[in-house]
Ligand binder design. Structure first.
Ligand SMILES: Nc1nc2c(ncn2[C@@H]2O[C@H](COP(=O)(O)OP(=O)(O)OP(=O)(O)O)[C@@H](O)[C@H]2O)c(=O)[nH]1
Ligand SMILES: [Mg+2]
Ligand SMILES: [Zn+2]
Length: 337
């Protein structure tokens, strides 16, 4: 009986079925948790979680996970229930006894063959894909992958092009003109007002390669953030300036999550439909595809309707190539299974 309830708790991790709560077997602990405090996880460091009580950035409590959470991960953005010492005094340690159903999950695997997916951020409404226009140069394939992860995880994507003092944005703007994707362009010698307007009052996560300027932006958005920023020259040697994610309160309300730079966005957990959803300019083109078409084009799918769709002037060949690159990486993963 007891074991069964543990399993149910584990299952509730991400795929929470809302109507189910009342039917869950009661455990002895339940009454103890009735007065648990609600908090938002804003930092994770070696098994210690920094939590903001009631989402108030000034009421910080350090917590550890309670044993009853099992192997369930706690990540930045999780809404949790705390018991124990929630005074926030220097040595006080509360316990996280419950993780609320996640409204969104930004997941990634280390690469496309990695069976272990990690949740990077929970409950973020917006994914800010930060790409520098130069130094390091933009990689559309990476942007596309981030878009896929955003759509698959229930986050609204926003493209932020940094370092516009070094290069123009026209090529990238044109590449994404067919997508319903808001874009802001920034440079470090001016205020990121357009970005700020899109972040205020929301929970947003910044992702991007190392050195694109995520922490530089965060320092402008949150004056007391004091995030370390680093030289791009060191990054080629595998050095990342930011080593852990942290959520910072925006002066205008809402939170921005600064994450460490990532080299790739593994998509082993994503389905072909998720991938297609990230390409609304192409999605309709699969209507005439043969059954079970993988949309890869020749030689795998020579009759894929997307070739004709693009030839008719929808989307662009570059977008189709990008879509197929993603679909190919999924195929690689399936070969392994
Ligand atoms: N020229 C130029 N340089 C910038 C701009 N924004 C940031 N930089 C520089 O780019 C370098 C990297 O910036 P960071 O903010 O540390 O980059 P990051 O994305 O946080 O990197 P990681 O933490 O490693 O993921 C620093 O030397 C910044 O000064 C910009 O708009 N123009
Ligand atoms: Mg950083
Ligand atoms: Zn097809």
């Amino acid at each position: 009986m007891k074991q069964r309830s543990w399993r149910e708790l584990d299952e509730s991790d991400v795929r929470v079925r809302p109507g189910r709560r009342g039917s869950r077997p009661r455990t002895k602990r339940r009454p103890e948790h009735a007065d648990a405090a609600a908090a938002l996880v804003i930092g994770v460091d070696r098994g210690r979680y920094t939590c903001a009580l009631d989402g108030d950035p000034h009421r910080r409590v350090t917590a550890m996970r309670a044993r009853e959470l099992g192997r369930k991960s706690v990540v930045i953005g999780d809404e949790v229930s705390l018991v124990g010492d929630v005074s926030g005094e220097p040595d006080a340690l509360a316990r996280i006894v419950r993780i609320s159903a996640r409204r969104s999950v930004l997941r990634r695997t280390a690469d496309d063959t990695d069976p272990f997916e990690r949740v990077v951020v929970a409950n973020a409404e917006q994914l800010v894909i930060v790409t520098s226009l130069a130094d390091p140069p933009p990689r559309p394939g990476f942007i596309d992958r981030c878009l896929v992860a955003a759509y698959a995880g229930g986050l609204r994507p926003l493209l932020c092009l940094t370092k516009s003092d070094l290069a123009g944005a026209d090529d990238l703007l044109e590449l994404y003109a067919n997508l319903d994707l808001p874009v802001v362009v920034t440079r470090f010698d001016s205020e990121p007002d357009a970005l700020r307007a899109r972040l205020d009052g929301r929970v947003s996560a910044l992702v991007g390669h190392s050195g694109v300027g995520k922490s530089t932006l965060v320092n402008k958005l949150v004056p007391e953030a004091d995030r370390a920023t680093g030289a791009v020259s060191a990054i080629g040697k595998g050095r990342h300036t930011s080593t852990s994610a942290v959520a910072l309160p925006l002066p205008g309300g809402g939170w921005v999550v600064d994450t460490p730079g990532i080299r790739s966005f593994g998509l082993a957990h994503v389905t072909p439909d998720d991938v297609l959803a990230a390409f609304p300019d192409l999605a309709e083109g699969v209507e005439d595809c043969p059954p079970h078409c993988g949309h890869l084009g020749a030689p795998e799918d020579p009759d894929c309707g997307l070739d004709e769709w693009v030839a008719e002037g929808h989307g662009t060949p570059r977008r189709l190539a990008s879509l197929r690159r993603l679909l190919h990486s999924r195929t690689g993963r399936e070969d392994q299974d």
